[in-house]
Each structure stands twice: as structure tokens, then as C-alpha cells.
Design a binder for this molecule. Structure first.
Ligand code: PHE
Length: 336
């Protein structure tokens, strides 16, 4: 029996275990319930005289533990690890860089625009994206059935029997200015940033939603000169000190006179060295708008302006398709 145990000890320590299959074979050979060599010897223990059993029993138990240890060690060694090895990781390797996102180019542009006007003393006001006809159109001097309503292709949530009952997705942020003027008397100096919706044919230059920043300044003796000065400072802040700007007469129901503002955009490949690009609409607040909100048009004057954030972001970054802003393709977004 002693020799058998010694031979078995040798076998247990020397049998190589270099694969999962070898580990299983090892288990069956030594520890298997039915024909394992150790199991077999444990059974034979009973045939021995009682006084010999404790010593041999102890030795057998030690061998069993040895076999179990080898098996456990082999399993740890063979267990698949992500790197294919069970080695201690190399703690001197540089750390993995964290992926940090960045602000969306529209958010960056919106914030840049808002910052300029905040520095000029404008307060930021927000309003609802679902509006009634009054705030989106009627108070802004869009007469019922007037073709001016067609300038802004509108999403109606509720059409109603007459214009007055309509509920719409706001087509501009001008309704925020109505809401402010309904609540307070001049002086008023605000900007209204936010999302607006228009039922446009989707293409490289228009989408069914976009972002605006509109501004309003109402006080005594506010003039078109103030408007030009403010917008010039704004254009310089965004496009550089040498920016060239021009005002073109235009039409909006809520301003009179009205203008559209272009900036000169240098383009090296262009035959004329660049072109005028429209960046915003503006004008002096129409007296009917003041009347609608209870501000005395004899006493106060004001200017208003509005711009599309997408348009300005496209100029700033040289983006030629508005749809890129909404696809959330990381390859696009990573560039900002
Ligand atoms: N509300 C106009 C638009 O969305 C922009 C604008 C605002 C024009 C204020 C003039 C004055 O088209």
C-alpha cells in the first residue's frame, strides 16, 4: 500500500495538465467517483486492519488535496482571459484615454451668439414651442388670410374653424417677444433663442426644424441707427473686426421699415472674390404690434431682429448641408 501511494503521488505531481481536456482527464483519472484511482484506494481502506486505517487515511487525504490543488491551479492558468494570458497586467502602461464628448456645433454657435448679446445687456428669455395663433401670428400683425402667413409654412396641431383657434408649432421665436411685452412695460432688452418648426421641403438648405435667436429692444427714442450699431457689433464679434455688412430693404408684417442683413463672405475660388450672404432679418417694431400688447406706440419705439443659428453655424464652419446637423453622425460631430 505504501508503495502504491508513493507511485500515485508521483503520478499526480508529474502528469502534465496543459489544456481543458487534459484537466478533465486528470480529474477523472484521480478523483473520478467511479473509477478514480484515489476513490479506489479509499474503498480499499476498509479492507485494512483498523489500526492501520488512520495513518493511511491521512496520507490518502493528503494526496486527494494535492490532486485537487493541481486541478485548481491548472483551471486558473487555463481560464481564457481577454488578453489571452493570465499574466498580471502591466501597470506601467499608459492609461486608456477617456472618450469625452463635445458640444454640438449648433449649441456652440447658439452660445456664441447669446454671449455677444448678453455682453450688450440683453436678457435671455425662452418660451413654449407650441403656440396659439395670437402669439405666433395675429399679435405680430399678420392679418387673417394675409399671404404673409405663407412666408412661414406652418405645422398645425389644431386648425380650428378660424385662424384665431389655431394651435401651431411656432414658426419663429417672435411669440416670445409678444409674451414678454404683454407682461412688462419698456425698457425691454431681450433675446429669445430656441427651436422653431416649418413645413419646408427638406434639402441641403432647409429642414423641418431649425434654431433662431431673435432680439427685441423697446424704449424711448430707439432708432434704426441703434439697430445697425448693435448688429454691426454682433457681426464683428462673430466674423471678425473687418466684417463688411449691408442692409437690404425687405418685408415682415411686424416691422416697418424692415431689412435683411448680409455679410460679405470672401471665397478665394469665386470670380468676384466672395459673395454676400444673408444672416438675419430685422426692422423697427410695427405700431400695430405695440397696440396688440398694450405698449403706447406714441411714446415708445423699438427694433427687432431674428437670425437662423444653422445658417450662421454653416458660415462659421464651412458646412454645406443643413441636414448634417441632425443626423448625429459621430464622424461629423467629432470635428467640432
Ligand atoms: N421672425 C422673423 C422670421 O422668423 C425674423 C425677424 C425677426 C425679422 C424680427 C425681423 C424682425 O423670419
Amino acid at each position: 500500500m505504501h508503495e502504491a501511494l508513493e507511485a500515485l503521488r508521483q503520478e499526480i505531481t508529474q502528469t502534465p495538465i496543459d489544456s481543458e481536456a487534459a484537466a478533465e482527464a486528470f480529474r477523472i483519472r484521480f478523483l473520478g467517483q467511479r473509477s478514480g484511482q484515489l476513490t479506489h484506494l479509499f474503498k480499499r481502506l476498509r479492507e485494512l486492519p483498523p489500526e492501520e486505517r488512520p495513518l493511511l487515511g491521512g496520507q490518502l487525504n493528503a494526496l486527494k488535496r494535492l490532486a485537487e490543488q493541481r486541478l485548481e491551479e491548472a483551471r486558473l492558468r487555463l481560464r481564457p482571459t481577454p488578453t489571452g494570458s493570465a499574466e498580471i497586467p502591466d501597470l506601467t502602461l499608459p492609461g486608456r484615454r477617456m472618450f469625452t464628448g463635445s458640444l454640438h456645433p449648433l449649441t456652440q454657435t447658439l452660445e456664441a451668439i447669446v454671449r455677444v448679446f448678453e455682453q450688450l445687456g440683453f436678457a435671455v428669455v425662452e418660451g413654449p414651442e407650441i403656440e396659439d395663433d395670437w402669439h405666433n401670428f395675429s399679435a405680430l400683425n399678420f392679418p387673417p388670410d394675409h399671404p404673409a402667413r405663407d412666408m412661414q409654412d406652418t405645422f398645425f396641431l389644431h386648425q380650428g374653424a378660424s385662424y384665431a383657434e389655431a394651435v401651431v408649432l411656432r414658426t419663429h421665436t417672435s411669440p416670445v417677444q409678444i409674451r414678454v411685452m404683454e407682461r412688462m412695460q419698456p425698457p425691454i432688452r431681450i433675446i429669445a433663442p430656441g427651436r422653431v418648426y416649418r413645413n419646408e421641403a427638406v434639402s441641403y438648405k432647409s429642414f423641418c426644424l431649425f434654431h433662431q435667436v431673435e432680439g427685441l429692444y423697446v424704449d424711448q427714442n430707439v432708432s434704426m441707427g441703434d439697430l445697425k450699431q448693435t448688429l454691426h457689433l454682433f457681426a464683428q464679434a462673430l466674423f471678425g473686426k473687418d466684417v463688411r455688412m449691408r442692409f437690404r430693404p425687405s418685408y415682415f408684417p411686424f416691422t416697418e421699415p424692415s431689412a435683411e442683413v448680409d455679410i460679405w463672405w470672401p471665397l478665394p475660388d469665386h470670380p468676384e472674390g466672395g459673395r454676400w450672404m444673408e444672416i438675419l432679418g430685422c426692422g423697427m417694431v410695427h405700431p400695430n404690434v405695440f397696440r396688440a400688447v398694450g405698449i403706447d406706440p406714441e411714446r415708445y419705439t423699438g427694433y427687432a431682429f431674428g437670425m437662423g443659428v444653422e445658417r450662421i453655424a454653416m458660415l462659421r464652419y464651412g458646412i454645406d448641408d443643413i441636414r448634417l446637423f441632425y443626423e448625429n453622425d459621430v464622424r461629423f460631430l467629432e470635428q467640432f
